[in-house]
Ligand binder design. Structure first.
Ligand code: PLP
Length: 386
């Protein structure tokens, strides 16, 4: 193997050294339980209070609107189930899209079993959800609208502020799964006008196992994890102090490095331009309104899984779509939703970049990928070699 390139940052990111350093004291000397009244407890409590403040500052909301969770999936489940159930007396209709993460889609399925009705909005062929489409779907009994900020597979950035306006005018709650957005593009919660917003540390260089839900002050939602008085009695469970501190450090770093995303965008565009020179290849998602690090391309006549294995042998870590669905052979629901036929959806590849990637990484991918695609096509019975 000549080189190693990690290009699967939408699945998870490396933990930055500064993040790990900031966590270590809370794994060593500051091991107290933040609920304890003694000095060890107070030290730990101070650390999470400080982390909450830094996170609120980075996202432009109030510190008491940030609630720590164990991951993005928990924040998604809490927002959706908690908001829908708290407002069930007002109506049982929810609106979402067909391209959400499974944490959202499966939470919706669970609510459907309890008698809620869910409208799954179509998206256009770039994955875009228009505010008009949301407006048309609103009904008198709609209590919650749930639309992701940025898609994890094809990188589409949705017009959340515009959608939130429409939803608020109607009187429903607006939730956005911002797991792929926070730390990658500027996220200003006050300007967005949403009621609920989820994010997760491991998508921006904090460790796996910590996330948060923003709940606008005054918004009533049911608890998901019942327990002690943690998180102002809204989310039970002894706080993951070290990881909460790590997530605050990672977000500070990400926000201070947001201008580096221009360099990431340039790497993305170079990858897309060069890869599309391969015959019978196509881009999934749009060229504009796209996450800085997201490349999702398809190659006719080959299987994404075989491509992935050969790239892995060449030292390149990529994905066929979402890490969650790659264990199954089901084609991606996102690619099907943007109108790809099943055969084409099977031949897709996601390369997701972070500021940790370099121009040399891109050179290496562009050196290895085209011959691998050609080799797989030469082995494919579907490919006309004539
Ligand atoms: C990764 C991801 C999640 C889940 O977050 P976890 O912390 O891994 O549970 C939810 N939504 C989107 C869009 C994601 O990319």
């Amino acid at each position: 193997m000549d080189r190693f390139v990690y290009a699967d940052n939408a699945a998870t990111t490396s933990v930055l050294p500064e993040v790990m350093e900031s966590m270590l004291p809370y794994l060593k000397e500051f091991y107290g339980n933040p609920s304890s009244l003694h000095r060890k407890g107070r030290e730990a409590k101070r650390a999470i209070d400080d982390a909450r403040m830094r996170i609120a500052e980075a996202l432009n909301c109030k510190a008491n609107e940030i609630y720590f969770t164990s991951c993005g999936s928990e924040a998604d489940n809490w927002a959706i189930k908690g908001a829908a159930k708290a407002r069930a007396d007002k109506g049982k209709h929810i609106i979402t899209t067909k391209i959400e993460h499974h944490a959202v889609l499966h939470a919706m399925r669970s609510l459907e079993k309890e008698g809620f009705e869910v409208t799954y909005l179509d998206v256009d062929n770039t994955g875009y959800v228009s505010p008009e489409r949301v407006e048309k779907a609103l009904r008198p009994d709609t209590t919650l609208v749930c639309i992701m900020y940025a898609n994890n597979e094809i990188g589409t950035i949705e017009p959340i502020a515009e959608i939130a306006k429409v939803v608020k005018a109607h009187g429903a709650l607006m939730f956005t799964d911002a797991v792929q957005a926070v730390g990658h593009i500027p996220v200003n919660i006050s300007e967005l006008g949403v009621d609920l917003l989820a994010f997760s540390g491991h998508k921006f260089h904090a460790p796996k196992g910590v996330g948060a839900l923003y709940i606008r002050n005054g918004v009533r939602i049911e608890t998901l994890i019942d327990g002690g008085g943690q998180e102002r009695s809204r989310r039970g469970g002894t706080e993951n102090v070290a990881e909460i501190v790590g997530m605050a450090t990672a977000l500070d770093l990400a926000v201070s490095r947001l201008d580096e995303m221009e360099r990431v965008e340039k790497m993305r565009d170079r990858l897309i331009d060069e890869i599309l020179k391969i015959p019978n290849s196509f881009l999934n998602g749009g060229r504009t309104r796209r996450l800085p690090g997201n490349v999702n391309v398809g190659f006719e006549f080959i299987e994404g899984e075989s491509l992935l294995l050969m790239l892995d042998m060449a030292g390149i870590c990529a994905s066929t779509g979402s890490a969650c669905s790659s264990a199954s052979l089901e084609p991606s629901h996102v690619l099907l939703s943007v109108g790809l036929p099943v055969e084409k959806a099977h031949g897709s590849l996601r390369l997701s970049l972070s500021p940790e990637n370099t121009a040399a990484d891109i050179d290496y991918i562009l050196e290895k990928l085209p011959p691998i695609v050609q080799r797989l096509r030469d082995m494919s019975p579907l490919y006309n070699k004539g």
